[in-house]
Write a protein that binds this ligand. Sequence first.
Ligand code: SAH
Length: 352
Amino acid sequence: MNHRLRRLYNEPNREDIIYFLETSQKDELNALYSFADQIRKQYVGDAVHLRAIIEFSNYCRCGCLYCGINRANTRVQRYRISREEIVSIAADAYKSGYRTVVLQSGEDPTYSIDDYIYIIRKIKKLGDIAITLACGEKEEEEYFYFYSAGADRYLLKHETSDPILYDRLNPGMSLENRIKCLKTLKRIGYQTGSGIMIGLPGQTIESIADDILFFLEMDIDMIGCGPFIPHPDTPLKDSPVGSEELTYRVLAINRIVTRNTLLPATTALSTINEHEGRKLALMRGANVVMPNVTPLKYRQLYEIYPNKKRIEVSSTDMIRDLETQFHQIGRYISHSPGDRYQEDPYIANGHC
Ligand code: SAH
């Protein structure tokens, strides 16, 4: 076995990470991908965890330069889904078989703590279902109340670990506060997700290596990395789209160094390679897929980047279709909420 790959696995280090992010040798790259696939099988098995995403508001107080729903974009028609409707969308997802919902939004302070508590409690009453929140930076007290009400996970990507680039892309925000929020979430007890965009203008390979080491050092439970996709109504409209191949490399390295984490085949990846993106990601380390269950009338307005898929299919049809796709590559849909450390009986007996 390739000695660098073995070292990457046993003693993750910046030099080897950079090497695999950069190597132009095809056989090295193939070895990286197949090793990541083996580590995935060994540590998390063949199950694919589904997370139903509900994009409940596209109002945002932030001005992130890459994001299509940033506050400065006056061309977006804004919407906010009522708390009753959010619960009813989650109930439909539960009925279709989803065991995790991800409630995602812009940073919209209109929803009160009581609204969140109402939504979280109602969804938890549906049955064995996990709730992931992805609503941006909040006060410690708010994170605490949501957790107490039953929220299980929180997703807050740090986007880039390069503080200068972070400042440039996120005016009025700071990497320091983002990291503080991640630490708070972990301390409270959330399974915590982070992630980056790949191919941000000005991003270096070295900073991506630091991002990977950051996931490891922080013991992040779920790591979502997708290519940057320029949105025409943002200041970054003329920047090039992030590299698909570099995204797979980051995914594979994440799997090798963090081993048992939850790694999604991101929607952004399926957007730049609609036919193969998801499958290739699942074959190179990923074990999570996040189908969008937001009703189409809202989903088309939650345009953080262009060309997000806009076909409305029923959730049950979507699950059946995914099941077929997964089956072709020897994988199956998990029917549990899919926590990071949950004992999955299928792993133990090698079922597939
Ligand atoms: N307000 C929430 C949700 C943000 S949208 C929060 O701050 O966490 C979810 C993710 O979409 C972001 O974390 C970012 O990584 C990604 N994203 C935003 N704009 C993007 C773009 N132009 N291309 C690719 N991904 C993008």
